[in-house]
Design a protein around this ligand. Structure first.
Ligand code: CA
Length: 224
């Protein structure tokens, strides 16, 4: 999964970006202030940052500069208001990797996001599996005994993080951070209801679920 920090102070726009990217299976965290964003960047890990130029707190260029000065290497896509900017104004010489001028088409945003994320990093395992269940990260598909299982994006991400950390107990808070983003105010009941529908889709009752509940601690995936 790719975690994206979206730094944008126009609520309508940040909400629309979040919705669009979540539909594409990204995990989105929002920040609406430059200094909050810098704090998050220095303490949390993301694969990409969408960074608005004009922000309260600290402007986009300063966020970018300070993050790079602190050794941060995460790709940054700057969101700017004018289409007639020089590279300097667009923030490219402060360490941004690319920029997109507002208003933009969400499909254009997706294309830029994919291009920036395609840069070589340490390649995670492409196929994760347990028993007859396989999750393919490239094609975003899950199969059970070769049959496609249709999952909602959040169900897919829950399964992905638990498979990735096979055998390890993940707390509800950790699942929320990984799947909904560190800034979300998702209630634990939401996690439980997603796990319930996920189990319905991947389990074979009366066999026990591969998603084990560890009382008082969280959840883990384990084969028999
Ligand atoms: Ca702004």
């Amino acid at each position: 999964m790719s975690r994206i920090l979206v730094v944008e102070d126009e609520e309508g726009l940040s909400g629309a970006i979040r919705e669009w990217l979540e539909d594409d299976y990204y995990v989105v965290t929002l920040a609406n202030d430059g200094s909050v964003a810098l704090d998050r960047l220095l303490t949390e890990s993301y694969e990409l940052v969408l960074l608005d130029l004009m922000l309260p707190g600290l402007n986009g260029i300063d966020v970018c500069k300070r993050f790079r000065e602190a050794g941060g290497a995460t790709p940054i896509l700057m969101l700017t208001a004018k289409s007639t900017l020089s590279a300097k104004e667009a923030g490219l010489d402060s360490g941004a990797d690319d920029y997109l001028t507002k208003p933009f088409d969400m499909r254009e945003l997706s294309a830029r996001v994919r291009a920036l994320l395609r840069r070589p990093q340490t390649q995670p395992r492409i196929v994760l599996e347990v028993n007859d269940l396989k999750l393919d990260r490239n094609s975003r598909t899950v199969t059970k005994s070769g049959q496609i299982v249709r999952l909602q994006p959040k169900e897919f991400l829950l399964l992905e993080v638990m498979l990735e950390r096979y055998g390890e107990v993940l707390s509800t808070d950790e699942l929320i951070d990984h799947v909904w983003g560190a800034d979300s105010d998702i209630a634990p009941e939401t996690v439980r209801s997603h796990l319930k529908t996920l189990r319905k889709k991947i389990d074979d009752p009366p066999e026990p679920s591969v998603i084990r509940t560890v009382h008082g601690m969280g959840y883990k995936i384990e084969a028999d």
